[in-house]
Design a protein around this ligand. Sequence first.
Ligand SMILES: CC(C)=CCC/C(C)=C(\C)COP(=O)(O)OP(=O)(O)O
Ligand SMILES: [Mg+2]
Length: 426
Amino acid sequence: MPAPGPLGPTAPAPQPPTPSIQAAVSASTEPVTPPALAADPGLRRILGGPTGLGTSSLSLARALKPPVPDPHVAVAPDPDPDPAADQVPPAASASAVSSSEGPVVPGLYHHPVPEPDPVRVEEVSRRIKRWAEDEVQLYPEEWEGQFDGFSVGRYMVACHPDAPGIDHLMLATRLMVAENALDDCYCEDHGGSPIGLGGRILLAHTTLDHLHTTPEYAPEWEESLGSDAPRRAYRSAMDYFVRAATPSQADRYRHDMARLHMGYLAEAAWAQTEYVPQVWEYLAMRQFNNFRPCPTITDTVGGYELPADLHALPKMQRAIALAGNAATIVNDLYSYTKELDSPGLHLNLPVVIAQREQLSERDAYVKAVEVHNQLMHAFEAAAAEVAAECPLPSVLRFLKGVATWVDGNHDWHRTNTYRYSLPDFW
Ligand SMILES: CC(C)=CCC/C(C)=C(\C)COP(=O)(O)OP(=O)(O)O
Ligand SMILES: [Mg+2]
């Protein structure tokens, strides 16, 4: 990587970084970005993006051009690449604000996104289905409709508009499918149960964080990796990811998945004992049972790296956590009716607020929207703070990537009317 470059002569002096950020910046070998960007008082708004119909293309986060692929990022060759699709610039057909079916939750603070590039969506959808069916035997025939209805191609193209091509998008798409397969098959309505979940999850986690053991026991472990659909999917998706990621990016992902699995276990333990947590306890569980592992791979999917020391900064960690929390409460709001219809009491934020604060279902739902909005504003403030204090190109791009992921995640929930519908409160 190149050595740090000089600051532009006419640029205003940046604010002195805090000591921890200073240390991380010194450790980084990346060039310093023109400080004008970081010193821009509008950065906070820009990172979040302007709101309102037709304004999303004004956002810096969404204006990212596809980067030149990094020659140091080795992406596993696709068995049947489609060069035409890989070369489609993501912005080429993605300027219109997404207006596909599906209402926004009334009062929800969000940013509309450009309609995901249909050529990319089609190619990612084609390849992920082939991977699911041919490489990992993910589902029996009767689940095919649900797989299609999940629309993971649209989801990932919307969340990663700066991916250099289809191979990079596939890294995120395989992981997303694998994560949902494990949640469905181990925890939820496709054979899942809280009983014995800890053991099953730990063994599945070894697909990501391998067992290192003696020659006598290693073969049985290796055989176990192919023994059910979630493990086949995790193992394969992780193999592709590890080949494209740096060691620290892969380790970041393992850590985030350990967080996720810990969240699943708390949710399961409460279901088993029929405990309804206090609202803050629920929010703590949901910070772990959370989308976090998805936005935090934005740099690998974008073909660059946020160095580990910058990722580890406390302020960066706060921004990431808030982004994951806002994105996950979006799920609670859009999946509310689906979860009311599921057997037993399915915890989500409106349900917990209603029970713990003795509010009507409607008032609890409205309060959950307000919690979401506060989380979004806190994320945007935290991201702007990191960007202003540490204006390195990789930091700014990563923050924009996370913000864009949050917006794409909202748009996918809104438009996925196959899976979600809003309550009839308005
Ligand atoms: C993609 C990923 C990391 C998922 C992990 C956790 C997860 C499935 C969610 C945060 C979504 O929440 P939920 O389990 O409630 O999903 P649905 O409402 O069933 O879509
Ligand atoms: Mg849900």
